[in-house]
Design a protein around this ligand. Structure first.
Ligand code: FAD
Length: 549
């Protein structure tokens, strides 16, 4: 099976003839990881996602593959060790989208850390998370800190620590994992919603799914069903009649994007917010993004919005740490809001809730996985598929152990190049295409950028436009893209980082989608873009004056 959107009808029809070993509900990072783990152990696996792959929380995170420094403060040592190990595996298996990023953590008098606690915390973190010797912490005094990051406010500054984090593109990570799962034999369908679970003798045996493209309903059969619906897991447990005991606590996190020239940080920085929480400020090419908030959420899970209060909070934190920057609402070029699917704990505030994952079992056989992080997705998947494998083996099956730590993700075959930068260098020499184009493509598609460059070479016209057209074709044929949003938000991240580049290619991308998917596919690009813009970019303006502290 493939992720080719032009063959979606045939892919869906083929599901009718199969009884799957495993049906996975949810195509965020959790479901994607489970599908990859299961398929690579030889299970016949089907994943259904009601939106686009990654369109839930997994495209709306801080986009960090964490070592989990903040968990040290909560004494979650096991979690720090586990995510540290996972981070190293992911870096090895997906070097094109897991990029080392030094993080500066300034120390202020009266702040979250003092120099001694930070020195000890980072030392402990390096050891627990298994950080490579060359990437271990560095402590800076006040003067060194100001040289490292001249934009920082000097008042009460005592010094800083520098430690290792890794940056990713969350939606692309989901898509690469799903592509890899499909390569390993899984079937994955986006825009396909599980509407009812089906049962035989009290055991769940599949689901009634609706194809949201044609509105047709289909029965899919599976021996085991896993609920990996992220913020929606309780909804699926409700369908199953098993929503009892622990439940989710949804919290919202918002990010703001400003042009890098307005906040020209030299490296990512982790600052104190006035309420004692901590906020990341991360440069990314021509932009800098700021996040995140953490507030309880009870609204529409599919359409969380940025509010004036979110903006005020993040700008206050930013302008306190970088008092000369004086960032205002007018500087914000986009925002995004995501919902954390955390497990409720009585009496705890959003920031205090554990980020640990947990598996819930139902008498019907439904297995639900809740909580967790992007970073730990592979380990979460292993735990879930171990449960399924054990059940299958008890019934006479022969399912092997997890091997996903050994599987290179799609796009990650950089040959003998040691980093993405070396690969870009090589690909540019090989293709003769402008460096910025190769950088853009390889940063998104990794080693699969080669295929796009080959297709672009067969087209006529300006290089930039040929490459855009070929990238759209690749997204349709290899990544299940169907809409402008699929391309501009989750395949290329342009709506967040590079909105001004969309208008000149909007019609071209719409035409290309029509070429591959049919004439009636994108009816009114302007209108669709305006809808996307309202959903993802806009926020209610406030008349607050941003305090420059
Ligand atoms: P989702 O990504 O939401 O996926 C669940 C999917 O299920 C959705 O796409 C949904 O459409 C689908 N679905 C629901 N119901 C159905 C149905 N009936 N049929 C079919 N499909 C269905 N983690 C990190 O490691 N690093 C970070 O930097 C980080 N930053 C974060 C910042 C914020 C603001 C937030 C909110 C989270 C952050 N996280 C981070 C946590 C991480 O993003 C989440 O833990 C993770 O993305 C959750 O993935 P998921 O697959 O469980 O949920």
């Amino acid at each position: 099976m493939s992720l080719n959107s032009t063959q979606r009808t045939a892919t869906l029809a083929a599901t009718q003839a199969v009884t799957y070993d495993l049906l996975v509900i949810g195509g965020g990072i959790t479901g994607a990881g489970i599908a990859l783990d299961a398929a690579s152990r030889g299970l016949k696996t089907l994943l259904v996602e009601m939106q686009d792959f990654g369109a839930g929380t997994s495209s709306r995170s801080t986009k960090l593959i964490h070592g989990g420094l903040r968990y040290l403060k909560q004494f979650e040592f096991k979690l720090v060790r586990e995510v540290g190990r996972e981070r190293a595996i992911l870096f090895r298996n997906a070097p094109h989208i897991v990029i080392p990023e030094k993080m500066l953590l300034p120390v202020y008098r009266g702040g979250s850390f003092n120099r001694l606690s930070l020195r000890f915390g980072l030392w402990f973190y390096d050891r627990l998370a298994g950080v490579k010797r060359s990437e271990r912490r560095k402590m800076l005094n006040r003067a060194q800190t100001m040289v490292q990051e001249p934009l920082l406010s000097g008042k009460n500054l005592q010094g800083a620590g520098i430690y290792s984090e890794y940056r990713t593109d969350d939606a692309r990570l989901v898509i690469e994992v799903i592509k890899t799962a499909v390569r390993e034999g899984a079937t994955a369908l986006n825009y396909c919603r599980a509407e009812e679970l089906t049962y035989a003798d009290g055991k769940v045996t599949g689901a009634q799914v609706r194809d949201l493209v044609t509105d047709a309903s289909h029965q899919v059969r599976a021996q085991y069903v896993v609920n990996a619906a992220g913020p929606w897991v309780d909804g699926i447990r409700k369908l199953d009649g098993s929503e009892k005991g622990k439940r989710l606590h949804h919290t919202k996190g918002v990010h703001l994007v400003v042009p890098h020239k307005r906040l020209p940080l030299r490296q990512a920085t982790y600052i104190d917010a006035p309420d004692g929480r901590m906020v990341f400020i991360i440069p990314r090419q021509l932009w800098t993004y700021i996040g995140t908030t953490d507030t309880s959420f009870k609204g529409d899970l599919a359409h969380p919005r940025t509010t004036a209060a979110d903006v005020r909070y993040l700008l206050e934190a930013t302008n306190t740490a970088f008092s000369e920057a004086k960032i205002t609402q007018a500087d914000i070029s986009s925002t995004w809001a995501g919902i954390r699917p955390l497990i409720h704990e009585e009496g705890k505030s959003p920031s205090e809730l554990s980020r640990k994952d947990e598996i819930f079992y139902s008498d019907t056989g439904l297995v639900t996985i809740a909580g967790g992080k992007l970073t730990g997705f592979r380990k979460m998947a292993e735990k879930v598929v171990d449960v399924v494998a054990e059940r299958m083996n008890r019934a006479g099956g022969n399912v092997g152990r997890c091997v996903s730590d050994q599987i290179g993700l799609e796009g990650g075959s950089l040959g003998n190049r040691r980093s993405l930068a070396e690969f870009v260098e090589h690909l540019q020499r090989e293709s003769g295409v402008a460096r910025k184009e190769v950088e853009w493509l390889a940063g998104l598609f990794g080693s699969n950028a080669r295929q796009i460059l080959d297709w672009a070479a067969e087209l006529e016209g300006e290089e930039e436009l040929r490459i855009t057209r070929a990238a759209v074709r690749y997204a349709v044929e290899h990544e299940g893209a169907r809409t402008l949003g699929d391309f501009f938000i989750r395949r290329s991240a342009l709506l967040y980082f590079g909105r001004e580049w969309i208008a000149p290619v909007l019609d071209l991308v719409a035409d290309e989608l029509r070429t591959w998917l049919g004439d009636d596919h994108v009816v009114d690009p302007e209108q669709e873009f305006a809808r996307m813009y309202r959903e993802v970019v806009e926020f209610p303006k406030d008349d607050f004056a941003v305090a420059a502290v």
